[in-house]
Design a protein around this ligand. Structure first.
Ligand code: PRP
Length: 215
């Protein structure tokens, strides 16, 4: 292992990173440095395995991977679709399962059926555009929000929203419902295309070992 270069991982901060590290531990990849919650370090190294890890904001993970600043990234499929970067998606890690949906009040169902020019609020304007323009061939106005998107229809900013639904609790508590399902989501591993060529054996071995742990 001494003569190989470091393989660098960018992990989406928070629950995703914690779950990823749990999965890595199952195949013998640990990073003790990262477990120290008081540490202000940004990059963590496993010298023995020649691995480096850093935590990044989810939407930045595909950027680091596209430019080769990280060889490998772990991030939600929602972010991969929204960022639309030049990376290979190589593995579904099986956690963080949820759905990207069009949601709104029940009355908005008709607006979708009749292809009306409606307003769509979303943290995911690219996914919303792809879905309405390219899949449904419906012209809509897309309004970018940064969170609490369910507010959109409640305060009449928009007719519907495009957002993540996990348990459905947020929708229920606000009198909204799933109107159309866009796609299933979960945590995915992505790889820089050049790294995939240069470090083929190590990355293929990693994917193979991870796959054996995923239920
Ligand atoms: C996400 C998503 C929904 C909610 C869905 O929001 O945008 O609002 O979770 O989960 P549920 O179906 O289990 O209720 P998040 O908590 O990430 O915060 P945000 O609204 O600020 O984006």
């Amino acid at each position: 292992m001494n003569d190989c270069r470091y393989l660098t991982f960018a992990l989406g901060k928070g629950r995703l990173a914690r779950k990823t590290l749990e999965l890595f531990e199952q195949i013998g990849i640990t990073c003790e440095e990262m477990k120290d919650k008081d540490s202000r370090k940004l990059i963590f190294v496993n010298e023995e395995l020649k691995l480096r890890f850093f935590l990044a904001k989810g939407p930045d993970v595909p950027t680091y991977v596209e430019y080769g600043a990280a060889d490998i990234g772990v991030v939600g499929r929602d972010t991969i679709l929204e960022e639309n970067r030049n990376v290979y998606e190589v593995l579904d890690l099986g956690f963080g399962k949820c759905r990207m949906c069009v949601c709104g009040p029940r009355e908005a169902r008709d607006l979708l059926l009749h292809h009306e020019r409606i307003r769509v609020a979303s943290k995911y304007p690219h996914i919303a555009r792809e879905y309405f323009y390219n899949k449904k061939h419906q012209t809509v106005d897309i309004i970018k929000l940064n969170g609490s998107v369910e507010l959109g229809p409640l305060v009449k900013l928009s007719d519907v929203i495009v957002d993540i639904v996990e348990t459905g609790g947020t929708l229920r508590e606000n009198g909204l419902e799933v109107l159309e399902e866009i796609c299933p989501l979960s945590a995915r591993m992505i790889v820089n295309p050049v790294s995939m060529q240069m470090e083929k054996e190590r990355i293929k071995d990693l994917i193979y070992r991870l796959r054996s742990q995923i239920v």
